[in-house]
Design a protein around this ligand. Structure first.
Ligand SMILES: [Cu+2]
Length: 145
């Protein structure tokens, strides 16, 4: 019986670890009420499951933030498309292939989160697509092999 439990635990451990990469738990926050993230670079492994939590540390009730991972070179066009998408869509152009992952909008003092699979090895920009924020509210997700 003891041996059976050991086998079950071993199998469960392997399942939890997936292909040995596990889930990357990432946290990012706003710098108070400024249009900036507190982290300008995040690193994960390609194919890894990523769980990112965005915390809005601001107090302004009119300024919300999100976290949008985009294909390199598409920061500007996604930011423009986001305005057309509007607040009801969390300022995320749904169905746009250049959006790789996105959280919903986080109001002051709140969090929003997303779980996604890390893309191929490379460097991917992340931006806040709340109107006017993407020029300064940005960073890079580095995906390693
Ligand atoms: Cu923002």
């Amino acid at each position: 019986m003891k041996r059976d439990w050991a086998a079950i635990i071993a199998i469960a451990s392997i399942a939890a670890a997936g292909c040995g990469k596990g889930t990357a738990e990432l946290s990012i926050a706003t710098v108070g009420d400024t249009m900036a993230y507190d982290v300008s670079s995040l690193t994960v492994k390609s194919g890894q499951s990523v769980h990112l939590v965005l915390t809005n540390r601001g107090t302004s009730q009119v300024m919300k933030h999100n976290w949008v991972l985009v294909q390199p070179g598409h920061e500007a066009d996604i930011a423009t498309a986001a305005i057309s998408a509007g607040e009801a869509a969390n300022y995320v152009p749904r169905g746009d292939a250049n959006v790789l992952a996105s959280t919903s909008l986080a109001s002051a003092g709140a969090t929003s989160e997303v779980t996604f699979t890390a893309p191929a090895t490379g460097s991917y920009p992340y931006i806040c697509t709340f109107p006017g924020h993407s020029a300064t509210m940005k960073g890079t997700l580095v995906v390693t092999p």
